[in-house]
Design a binder for this molecule. Sequence first.
Ligand code: NAD
Ligand code: DAU
Length: 333
Amino acid sequence: MRLLVTGGAGFIGANFVHQTLAERPGTHVVVLDKLTYAGNRTSLEPVADRIDFVHGDVADADLVDRLVGGVDAVVHFAAESHNDNSLTQPWPFLQTNIIGTYALLQAARRHDVRYHHISTDEVYGDLDAAAPAFSEDAPYQPSSPYSATKAASDMLVRAWVRSFGVRATLSNCSNNYGPYQHVEKFIPRQITNLIDGVRPRLYGAGHQVRDWIHVEDHNRAVWSVLEHGRIGQTYLIGANGELDNKAVVRLILAEFGRDPDDFDHVTDRPGHDQRYAIDATLLRTELGWEPRYSDFRTGLADTIRWYREHENWWRPQKEITERAYVAAGEQVL
Ligand code: NAD
Ligand code: DAU
């Protein structure tokens, strides 16, 4: 199979490329990535001679048309992905997440190429503590500029399936963790802070709940949907990993042998979503997917080890990222 992977130099995309080459050696991978601040060419260094890498923009319709015309399938990971950035600079989110998806859908339509769309549980908004988890038919209620643009891109995919017969599937996953995640995100930020002897930073009271899944489990689910999913169908991906942010910080502190209260509360995120939770029954029953990382502590310990062993990978981004948080007004409460 010839596969176009957009955003393959980012966190989930790079893990997807590594897993694909390791587990499906017959796949020819073409990566299209703009190498924004979030893209890291070194994430693909170990497989550089086994892939075609194209440095470019998913919103570049001519380039996208040419690349899509040469493959059997597209897996579209590329996005502006960080909620905090979408609050300070929303425009790149509209351009990449909406216009980029439009360009890919038009190309998939023209060349009749199979398309899989990577999306997020955030399109469904947030949940009260006692509410049942999101399922595929939950109403779209995005809260942030990021999740609003992801919701818009999902709607484009659904419309292109129905109106033009594009052979597309969608998957909406919960919070991922694992290697190669940018240090702006919650778990890598706290791990790298602790490596640097800095206290972890918890937004507000830290009672928000996220449903954590290891990135390898997410990507195995993506392959299941790509190979066996029903055209037009959305599949929710999650591994029953609900934890509040304070509990996650305390697990990380424990791995570093530090006191459980050794963290700072900082300025909360405006409009902060309270809780996400996924009901992955459809994926499990219809496609037979099961997560391999059933224990978050094991996955977290593996991830901490990876960051300890790959300082060269994250170090160049650390100071820039922390300065951006200060510039955005983050203060210890
Ligand atoms: P990331 O920010 O780590 O990586 C995004 C990648 O896309 C980077 O390599 C970047 O250079 C590239 N990119 C950005 N704009 C581009 C453009 N215009 N053209 C080409 N490439 C561009 O993101 P991630 O966390 O790996 O997320 C990947 C996808 O998964 C996104 O669609 C995101 O919405 C979705 N998702 C993420 C999570 C999560 O927990 N991280 C959970 C569910 C869904
Ligand atoms: O649910 C899926 C989504 O998960 C994806 O669509 C997004 O691309 C991805 O970034 C992630 O969004 P979140 O906003 O949930 O992830 P983030 O890592 O930014 O934050 C996780 C939680 O931790 C959130 O409640 C905010 C909080 N937080 C974050 C940072 C960076 C902190 O308390 N301290 C921090 O320093």
